[in-house]
Ligand binder design. Sequence first.
Ligand code: NOJ
Ligand code: CA
Length: 553
Amino acid sequence: MRLTQTSDLWWKNAVVYCLDVETFKDGNDDGIGDFRGLTQQIDYLAGLGVTCLWLMPFFPTPNRDDGYDITDFYSIDPRLGTLGDFVEFMRTAKDRGLRVIADLVVNHTSDQHPWFKQARSSKDNPFRDWYVWSDTPEPDDPKQVVFPDKENSFWELDKDSGQYYLHSFYKHQPDLNVGNPQVRDEITRILGFWMELGLSGFRVDAVPFLIQNVSPKLPDPHDFLADLRAFMSRREGSSILLGEVNVPYDEALTYFGDGNGTELTMCFDFIAMQRAWLSLARSEAEPLASALRERPKPPKDCQWAMFLRNHDELTLDKLTDEERQEVFDAFGPSPDMQIYGRGLRRRLPTMLGGDLRRIKMAYSLLFSLPGTPVIFYGEEIGLGENLEAEGRMAVRIPMQWAPEGGFSKAEPDREMPGGAYAPERINVAAQKRDGDSLLRWFQLLIERYRECPELAWGEKRVLDCDHPAVLAHRCDADGATVLVVHNLSDTAADIELTLEGLAHCRLTDLLTDAVFDVGEDERVELPLDPHGSRWLRASAPDVPPEDASVKSQ
Ligand code: NOJ
Ligand code: CA
């Protein structure tokens, strides 16, 4: 048996690159990133090796939640360009073999959206029922509110009508009512519209909120997700839904669609992400290893999506209070680095103290963990953050292309960091010329990851390891094996592993070309540098490692 569908099920070993058009590249010198600027940088992205771009919201918006507050789902924020610019961008991305997905933010609209303006204009307006209303603020738990620095309830009084409307997030983001079939139809039209313009799918914002608290209650709220997925599959068989579903594993599994994979194609693995940070804080493999062992297998053709950082705070909400404190102590001790009492508003390199070995190890881990890696723009060069910016905006700084910034010829709308993370120190141009740079490391990891479809497609096993700081796992597919080891500590480690079925095999390190032989007792000894990592391909001694690999098709 051979893997035969790696390009049909492209998302299984995609490398997803999340970016905000507004902060990526300014093409018309007004200080704000735009589609023309992004289009100019497509070759950079293709050269990096990423295979799918995830665009954060680019729709018209009053921008009170960085674009997650939309006033028109069918057009482009004029600050970022025109629909014409968008289509040119899509054409260029397609030409370079890049797929594009976009944020689908339909749990709510901006309170400035014409639908909401209509809805609140009178109780009998046809749009009234597009939102969720109540005569009394329903009892809610202030501890559950998503943005506790700004809100203390999910319900807001609409003075004119005397009723309360539901807002799962900020009060200026009223929740759409997917209990209303007209709303469900409209959401479907939005998907159809952007798919016609070439999108391969969507990152679905706030999925659990989207299907909860609707009126009238749906017999099974998950049916709505299944309907959306079926609609998309009819239009374009290889399109995907990648869901933001920050819930415990057993519950997350239901969002793939009851064991049959008919809802979300991928769910972000918020649990492994948080445990990875705990592992990094402790320099111990166990928290992450146990998450990977506990994690349920998604239905066939579905996949977990892996990430270490994204555009929001690094949420630690699924850790215990003590564990969260450990991560705070290690990576964000000062109160201005923390947010909402549950997360950190920092990027990865600053949290890891700028230690390049450790940063490289963390990304090696990300790319080799079972699941589709998703990176946030700038991670490939080790962009820092700007703690002067408000809240989560700290990590949403302009991309640093050159020593002088290179983002815009004008003064950028958003500030870049100073000091060790200023553009003079951290930029694409310099890292392109430096063989040891983080950017080069990303290119190598992505190249190897794409050459090892076993990592994404194979059977995964976390191995028993005799060293507490070392995480070892293997992925087997169609008789081929890739073994991966990471040393989370800053001291060298010599480990010994038992590799079932691999007696007498040779292990070739795909990152350095070192080789190791597995004994007839199936044991192998592997030395690891401080924060060292190895990706090892197993082959029979007389078979070149390249021939022992499964090939993408
Ligand atoms: C999740 C998004 O990631 C976040 O940035 C946003 O504020 C909320 N959803 C509301 O849309
Ligand atoms: Ca611009």
